[in-house]
Design a protein around this ligand. Structure first.
Ligand code: DQA
Length: 149
C-alpha cells in the first residue's frame, strides 16, 4: 500500500466557519470521505493520511517524517499563511524526494499583494489555487499521475 500525505497548515482547521465567503462553508472533515472514495475507485493501492497543525515547528516535524516515510508517494500541502512567510517550511518541503503539490482554496494571486508570493512554490511540482476543495481532488491526480506505471 502506498501513502499520499495531505498537510494542512495554520487556520485550516477552521475552514467551514472561517471567512466562508473566501474559503467556502464546507469543512475538511466533510471532504476526506469523498477523497477516500475517489482513491478507492481510481487509485486503490493508495491511502490518504491527513495532518493538520497551527504550529510552524510541528509542521516541520510532520514534513520531515513524511520525507522519511518509505511508503509515501507524494504530498499535498496547503500551508495557510505560512505560505507567505516560512523559509523553515520551504526547507522541510525541499527534503521530500517525492512530488509535492501546493494547494490553496482561494485564488491567492487575485487577492492582497502579500498573498501573491509563495516561499514554497519553488520546491513544489506545481500549485493549484482558487478552486476550493476541488483543488485537493485535482491535487491527488497531479501527484498520482507521477507514479511510475
Ligand atoms: C490559503 C491562502 C493563504 O493566503 C491564507 O493565509 C490561508 C488559506 C488558501 O487556502 O487559500 O490561510 O492558503
Amino acid at each position: 500500500m502506498h501513502t499520499l500525505h495531505l498537510v494542512q497548515g495554520v487556520n485550516l482547521n477552521r475552514v467551514g466557519q472561517r471567512e466562508p465567503g473566501v474559503y467556502g462553508g464546507l469543512s475538511l472533515e466533510s471532504q476526506i470521505p469523498l477523497w477516500e472514495t475517489y482513491l478507492t475507485r481510481h487509485w486503490p493501492n493508495v491511502e490518504l493520511r491527513v495532518h493538520q497543525s497551527n504550529q510552524e515547528g510541528t509542521l516541520v516535524d510532520i514534513i520531515q517524517a513524511i520525507a522519511a516515510d518509505a511508503s509515501s508517494v507524494g504530498m499535498l500541502i496547503n500551508p495557510g499563511a505560512y505560505t507567505h512567510t516560512s523559509i523553515a517550511l520551504r526547507d522541510a518541503v525541499a527534503m521530500v524526494q517525492k512530488p509535492v503539490v501546493e494547494i490553496h482554496l482561494s485564488h491567492t494571486y487575485a487577492r492582497e499583494a502579500f498573498r501573491k508570493e509563495s516561499l514554497l512554490s519553488g520546491v513544489c511540482l506545481g500549485t493549484i489555487a482558487g478552486f476550493g476543495w476541488l483543488g485537493y481532488r485535482l491535487g491527488l491526480d497531479a501527484v498520482l499521475t507521477q507514479l511510475p506505471a
